[in-house]
Ligand binder design. Structure first.
Ligand code: ACO
Ligand code: KIV
Ligand code: MG
Length: 642
């Protein structure tokens, strides 16, 4: 390439002079007629064309999806294609409201064979083509313009006669439409394209508003930008006579990667109908992708006619299975990754978008407006699970979203940051993408939460039994037994001004060994902190505390031992408490520098118990910070090995 002059080799497309083109200011608000050519144009482009069984499976899916026009074969090409057409007719597999379409070249023996294939069908589109561009006239056929018209006219006459014959009740009474394609339309002089279509229409003779003739205008090879195709379509539509007796059909290929755009602009320019393939299979770079076109319309609020893509995965499975061609992970709408956000800022925006959407829904506004997601995956039968995936590019928002989805826990903002750091380190160590399950597992391990799905790491400390009793304030009984640390703690779970004290007694396991502990405080949390300090010599302060009702009942398993004799049922409402502890000695010695915090989570049907569990969970991490990442990584690795 370097040094080469492409201008000396490649001839650019010739722009049309269309000074008052109207398509650029139009907006598509209706659905075109959709025609699947998967079983013909798609099939002829496969390394191994489909077997009859595969064609049948594909045909059934096209019917399920709602196509009312299906080009089923090039019947004169092979026994497989011929036999397939016979089979679906004889087995009664073509619904009454579906037209099967069959393609034939303008060659008499092939036309006759094509008619034989459709005998007895209810509705048929007979589709004939011949190439019209100068290159094909000169090189392939050695025909002048006039001879090219003669070819089309002569064979349209044959089609006409055979249509009349096969329409007779004694011959099956088939209901026909005629479609003519000036193949290589986009490389054809526009005046000639109109001229040959006019000649075909005249020969056909029967076109009317009620029974229009179909002129299919293919970009057999995409040789120009989409605006050029639109200009050609508009030129054709405004120069052909009796436009109302014609269905203008678009048949774009994707050589320049612009087939979808070309079709969309071609529709603005006057197209009524689109021929294409599901997911864009077809000759070379493919036919235009009808899934993309239909869903582009759908998410502009336009129903794509009869097409129903609400089970997109089944469409993907059939198409990729029968064609033996995988769908690219980034294929519009259908790719495995197209609803997935890995990057932190995207995840954060999506999470906020869902929260705003929930708020809108409550007010009765169902509109979809989520950052980075132009369509609701649920409308395509997809779940939200894959939307947020976590790798080294991910941020706290996405991770918190996954925890909320999986466990119904709404982590406090600063805890999101702390857990994000855990996940980042685990992701670095394992070197892989963290699935939603991995994150749930890492979460329950790190914060010692007994989840039904991912089990529990009990932590270095575990609460076994406890009793909380009211105690008389010290100024009334002279009890100065409260330790300075716990009396300094503002117990957030208990009103600071409450004129009483709590006494906590219980059994706490440390590394599996039971210890009887007791302590006092101005609330349950400060009382247990006092007890832990007395028993193990660790002074800790609470920096942050919050709680909420768990929004996913049945997510957490019963605690190892219920201190108050209440066994949790799986579906009872549970409360989640979050505590951030700081080592009081470190905090005292830090001066202005902020001491590191250690988070813990407690879940219980009883809010006080969930707070106590959260303290024990945080304390477990505080007493051995180095174990936190190690254990989370081990849990993720162990699950991967299973
Ligand atoms: C753009 C498209 O997708 S068009 C559809 C293309 N699809 C296919 O070709 C798949 C099925 N085709 C086939 O199985 C075969 O090509 C057949 C059965 C149709 C014909 O096979 P053959 O008779 O062996 O001819 P072959 O395939 O070589 O076709 C070339 C001949 O057909 C002529 N021809 C090609 N297209 C057309 C046409 N639309 N109308 C009339 N004649 C045509 C060529 O000029 C050439 O004629 P020549 O032999 O006198 O030079
Ligand atoms: C047969 C015609 C319509 C065709 O497939 C094309 O030109 O691409
Ligand atoms: Mg084609």
């Amino acid at each position: 390439m370097p040094g080469m002059n492409p201008g000396a080799k490649y001839v650019p497309y010739k722009p049309l002079d269309l000074p008052n083109r109207s398509w650029p200011s139009k907006v598509q608000r209706t659905s075109p007629i959709w025609t699947s050519v998967d079983l013909r144009d798609g099939n002829q482009a496969l390394i191994n064309p489909m077997s009859q069984e595969q064609k049948l499976e594909f045909f059934k899916k096209l019917v399920d999806v709602g196509f009312q026009e299906i080009e089923v074969a090039f019947p004169s090409a092979s026994d497989t294609d011929f036999g397939f057409v016979r089979n679906i007719i004889e087995q009664g597999l073509v619904p009454d409201d579906v037209f099967i379409q069959v393609l034939t070249p303008a060659r008499e023996e092939l036309i006759r064979r094509t008619f034989e294939s459709i005998k007895g069908a209810k509705n048929v589109i007979l589709h004939m083509y011949n190439a019209t561009s100068p290159l094909f006239r000169d090189v392939v056929f050695g025909n002048s313009r006039a001879k090219t018209i003669d070819l089309a006219v002569k064979h349209t006459k044959i089609v006409r006669e055979l249509v009349d014959e096969y329409s007779k009740p004694e011959n099956g009474g088939t209901n026909f439409k005629y479609e003519y394609s000036p193949e290589t339309f986009t490389q054809t002089e526009m005046d000639f394209a109109v001229e040959i279509c006019e000649a075909v229409r005249q020969t056909w003779g029967k076109a009317s508003k009620q029974e229009p003739i179909i002129f299919n205008l293919p970009a057999t090879v995409e040789i120009g930008p989409p605006n050029h195709y639109a200009d050609q379509i508009e030129w054709f539509c405004t120069h052909v006579t009796k436009r109302e007796e014609i269905i203008v059909s678009l048949h774009p290929h994707n050589d320049r990667g612009c087939a979808v755009a070309a079709t969309e602009l071609g529709l603005l320019a006057g197209g009524d109908r689109v021929e294409g393939c599901l997911l864009g299979n077809g000759e070379r770079t493919g036919n235009v992708d009808i899934v993309t076109l239909a869903l582009n319309l759908f998410c502009q609020g336009v129903r794509p006619g009869p097409l129903d893509l609400s089970d997109l995965q089944s469409v993907i499975d059939t198409v990729s299975g029968c064609n033996d061609i995988p769908v690219h992970p980034r294929h519009p709408y259908a790719g495995e990754l197209v609803f997935t956000a890995f990057s932190g800022s995207h995840q954060d925006a999506i999470k906020k978008g869902f929260a705003a959407q929930d708020a809108r829904k409550i007010k009765g506004d169902p509109s979809w407006n989520i950052p980075y997601l132009p369509i609701d995956p649920a409308d395509l039968g997809m779940t939200y699970e894959a939307i947020i995936r976590v790798n080294s590019q991910s941020g706290k928002g996405g991770i918190a979203y996954l925890v909320a989805q999986a466990l119904g826990l709404d982590l406090p903002r600063r805890m999101q940051v702390a857990f994000y750091q855990v996940i980042q380190q685990v992701a670095d160590r394992t070197g892989k993408e963290m699935s939603s399950d991995d994150i749930t597992r890492a979460f329950t391990q790190t914060y010692h939460v007994p989840s039904i799905t991912s089990g529990r790491n009990e932590g270095r400390l575990a609460l076994r039994q406890f009793k909380l009793e009211d105690d008389v304030p010290p100024e009334l009984n002279g009890d100065d037994n409260l330790s300075p640390s716990s009396s300094q703690v503002l117990d957030p779970s208990y009103g600071a001004q409450t004129p009483r004290y709590r006494r906590f007694t219980g059994v706490v396991l440390r590394d599996g060994k039971p210890h009887n502990v007791s302590g006092k405080g101005n609330g349950p949390l400060s009382a247990i902190l006092d007890a832990l300090e007395s028993a193990f010599g660790i002074r800790a302060n609470i920096r942050e505390y919050s709680e909420h009702a768990v929004s996913k009942p049945g997510t957490f398993s019963a605690s190892a031992s219920d201190p108050n004799g209440k066994r949790e049922t799986k579906t009872r409402g549970q409360a989640a408490s979050y505590v951030e502890l700081v080592d009081a000695d470190v905090e005292d010695g830090q001066g202005a520098k902020r001491a590191p915090g250690f988070w813990g989570v407690g879940i219980d049907v009883d809010i006080t118990t969930s707070g106590l569990r959260a303290v024990v969970s945080a304390m477990s991490n505080l007493i051995q910070p180095s174990a936190v990442i190690e254990e989370a990584t081990k849990a993720v690795d162990a699950a991967a090995a299973k």
